[in-house]
Ligand binder design. Sequence first.
Ligand SMILES: N[C@@H](CCC(=O)N[C@@H](CS)C(=O)NCC(=O)O)C(=O)O
Length: 238
Amino acid sequence: MKLYSGPLSLFSRKVEIALREKGLDFERIMVPFDQTIGYSPKHPDVLALNPKGQVPVLVDGDLALYDSTVILEYLEDAWPEPPLYPRSPKERAACRLLDLFADEIMLVPIRSFMHRTGPRPADPQKWESDEARAGQAGPAIEQHFADLEGKLGDKAFFCGAFSAADIAVFMAVLFTQRLGGPPLAGDRALSDWYGRLLERPAFAKAASEIVAADLALSAPVEGAYGGKAPVPTAPAAR
Ligand SMILES: N[C@@H](CCC(=O)N[C@@H](CS)C(=O)NCC(=O)O)C(=O)O
């Protein structure tokens, strides 16, 4: 299989983690990314395979898929073991909803921190207004953390056993930390869960490659990861 991925693409890293958790071999093609021009010019294969022109794109023989959640569901159908989703329909649906919650609901306030990794605007007022928006996003993230803390309770993983929901929520939490968003400090269960996932090789690799990619590509963010990188830095991925 071939995966078109991006060094700082939350959604591509979701897929990388899923592939590695399932023990599947894949060739990774890192598309170029730059904090000033983003993904342009876009990789021609990505443009040809995804009408949205976005990564991740997974190619398995004659099948080309885009959208991280669709890709995860394909991986589960094609390689059911080890599972990434619960078996019972209700638990499975709840797990899918949590994946959607992380990807679509948590991403909204997370986007308000993203200017921090880009070049400083020449106009200081632009930076101040971006920071004011980030300040407003903080309480929304804290509320999401508190809700997740409640959902997790004393479980080791969100859906009982390890699942796609853990991958998606992990990426949302990691991105808030790398972008200097609210810390996990007050949310004990969530913080322990996050630490446990970081011990899994697939998660540690994604996290350390993101740290390396930020060092190579991004402006330093004040307060990122509460001042210390989550795992030793891997070489920047190509
Ligand atoms: N819903 C999609 C979102 C994919 C997405 O937003 N990809 C970003 C990188 S994280 C991208 O390629 N952005 C470039 C663009 O939108 O032009 C998924 O889950 O894969």
